[in-house]
Design a protein around this ligand. Structure first.
Ligand code: FES
Ligand SMILES: [Fe+2]
Length: 389
């Protein structure tokens, strides 16, 4: 039996000390939910959608995070602008549809016709005269922070969001070999899960559940079948360093190239991937709290998470392919989508089951087991965000 310090010495990933989870009520208490909206969801970069959703000038889209409604639009110079979807007169929502095209080069409030330019400046009101002291310059739309990265739109409901690159767990250039900006959405899965948003992230961050919950995935990724995410999650990993078996090393089963029903690619492989990335079969990049991106050799899976209530979360999975693949008559979307939707559905169901048990009066908190070391990092991130000034 290895001691705790020698486990650390050999590069073992797992936890070597006993750790408790977050309090059970933090997964259902409405006051805690409000606090997380304010301190986490309204202060960090949140993934909203693809740049192609608002591609042409004067195209707009609306989105909600918690009870905050936002409006995104492409101005005539091609710059993406972001505002609270709220008129400065008496607060009416400006655009009602989820997506659309402005009829003119101005935003006109549907209530009393205050009119703003595409940068949010108030151009005119509908009043016959303005009272002394009123100046249109004082009433621009409320701006939010917006950034576009490789075809993904992120917003932050604060003027001073954290540096964008910092939201990811990997270096921002880690997926540069994938042509993310040029990919098109080939399929979308939208699901509402009856669980707190943190339950989904916890489930995503461990594979102890994989052997029992994901039978097919555990065959495709043999190390998952051992309840582990990667090689060094095994306290005994050094005993297998000379073996090439994916059961110990990670990666896909022999003969498989991607996450699909038959393990085969469904379109052309992305041309610039390294041998190592091809062998791995999946590279995960996570941007807390709202997105993870998985680069496969022939497609990219993007998962967007959005809290809808203390015990309700929206899951949106976007499948991105190269336009050539989508145009290929031999392209079999179901080979990809049926497999991954199965995995996501299994996760959604087990997350709901997790949520259902949390209300038990004696259950004050759970226990974080050694293989769940990423959960501990997640919990520390949550605590730090909730106390950040
Ligand atoms: S609320 Fe918009 S013009 Fe009155
Ligand atoms: Fe899972």
């Amino acid at each position: 039996m290895l001691s705790t310090s020698s486990l650390n010495d050999i590069g073992y990933n797992g936890l070597t000390e006993h750790t408790e989870g977050l309090s059970a009520d933090s997964y259902f208490d409405p006051r805690n939910y409000e606090r997380e909206l304010l301190r986490i969801w309204y202060r960090n970069w949140i993934y909203v959608g693809r740049s192609s959703d608002v591609e042409s000038s004067r195209a707009f889209s609306t989105f909600e995070i918690g009870d905050q409604k936002i409006l995104l639009l492409r101005d005539d110079a091609g710059v993406l602008q972001g505002f609270h979807n709220t008129c400065r007169h008496r607060g009416a929502a400006l655009c009602r549809e989820p997506q659309g095209q402005l009829k003119s080069g101005a935003i006109v409030c549907p209530y009393h016709a205050w009119t703003y330019n595409l940068q949010g400046k108030l151009l005119r009101t509908s009043s016959k005269r303005h009272a002394a002291g009123f100046d249109v310059e004082d009433y621009p739309l409320y701006k939010i922070s917006v950034t576009e990265w490789k075809g993904f739109i992120f917003v932050a409901l604060t003027e001073e969001p954290p540096p964008f690159e910092k939201i990811f767990d990997l270096p921002i250039n880690r997926l540069d070999a994938w042509p993310l900006k040029d990919l098109a959405v080939g399929h979308v899965l939208l699901k509402t899960i009856k669980c707190n948003w943190k339950i989904f992230w916890e489930n995503y961050n461990e594979c102890l559940h994989c052997p029992g919950v994901h039978t097919q995935l555990s065959q495709l990724v043999p190390i998952y079948g051992r309840g582990l995410l990667e090689e060094r999650d095994d306290p005994n990993w050094t005993a297998h360093t000379t073996e090439d078996d994916p059961k110990f090393k990670g990666g896909l089963r022999s003969g498989a190239a991607t996450w699909s029903l038959n393990g085969k690619v469904t379109g052309a492989r992305f041309p610039d991937l390294s041998d190592q990335d091809q062998k791995a079969g999946h590279i995960y990049m996570t941007g807390l709290p709202s997105i993870f991106i998985v680069g496969h050799v022939d497609y990219v899976r993007v998962v967007r998470l959005r809290p809808l209530g203390p015990e309700q979360t929206e899951l949106r999975v976007e499948y991105l392919f190269s336009p050539e693949t989508l145009a290929d008559a031999r392209f079999d979307l179901r080979n990809v989508v049926d497999f991954t939707n199965l995995v996501m559905t299994e996760d959604a169901q087990i997350c709901e089951l997790n949520q259902q048990g949390l209300h038990a009066a004696p259950h004050l908190r759970g226990v974080v087991m050694p293989e769940e070391y990423v959960l501990r990092q997640f919990h520390e991130w949550i605590k730090a965000e909730l106390t950040r000034v």
